[in-house]
Design a protein around this ligand. Structure first.
Ligand SMILES: [Zn+2]
Length: 233
């Protein structure tokens, strides 16, 4: 691991703009379930069955309770050493760091990252299902228009938010180095972002317990909490 870490440290010394792309593996180390085929039921159904527009249409109150339960898990969880090292580094002067994440838990923001693009939305915001108006008060259930409020997360079967997608493409395009952390990045369309950077000749550094990308320049084998604090110290 140390050979690769030294190589990436050297690469970082010669660049200013860094894109960080994170996925479920980053949050899993803080005890946040990934909700993709990892078992466990909530009220007799798989979590991914609650995360659909159909479930919301049928049982809006239960979907609301499902998300309150998930928020409770995140509130009790703590950012791990990798989150904190990344937050500390990104708020320093050495690099311009922007984070593109597939996670909806807000742990990057809680650990000090200020430029975060959430591809799959956020557990911590909601908007009107009918008129789209955002509502920051998570206790509210209805919009002034009478429509129901829904969590601003991207559900199965829905497209990614176009503005966030455009910003994420910009982050990748403008970056001089991409760090991919805790994701196999095989799920499209998000996977296309990493492929786009690699295709443009931007070095891609993968940090994963098991190498998963086929486009990486360097892979540091290890978890985010193990590798990032050493890499960025
Ligand atoms: Zn409304």
């Amino acid at each position: 691991m140390s050979t690769e870490i030294n190589a990436v440290r050297e690469m970082l010394q010669s660049v200013e703009k860094v894109a960080v792309f994170t996925g479920a593996g980053m949050s899993a180390e803080s005890g946040i379930p990934t909700f993709r085929g990892d078992g466990g039921l909530w009220r007799g159904r798989k979590p991914e069955e609650w995360a659909t527009p159909e479930a919301f249409m049928q049982s809006p109150e239960e979907v609301r309770e499902f998300y309150q339960w998930r928020r409770g898990i995140v509130e009790e969880a703590q950012p791990h050493a990798g989150h904190l090292a990344l937050g500390n580094w990104s708020s320093g002067d050495s690099h311009h760091v922007e984070v593109v994440t597939q996670n909806v838990d807000g742990l990057h923001q809680r650990s000090g990252c200020s430029r975060v693009w959430e591809l799959h939305g956020s557990l911590w915001s909601q908007h009107c299902h009918d008129c789209g108006t955002p509502e920051s008060d998570l206790e509210k259930t209805h919009c002034p228009c009478g429509g129901r409020l829904r969590p601003s997360v991207v559900w199965f079967g829905e497209g990614l938010p176009s503005e966030v997608w455009a910003e994420s493409e910009r982050v990748m395009r403008e970056s001089e180095l991409v760090l991919v952390i805790g994701t196999s990045a095989v799920v499209y369309p998000a996977a296309g972002l990493v492929g786009m950077a690699a295709g443009a000749g931007i070095p891609v550094v993968e940090i994963n317990p098991q190498p998963a990308l086929d486009s990486q320049t360097v892979c540091i084998t290890g978890t985010a909490a193990q590798v990032i604090p050493i890499l960025l110290e």
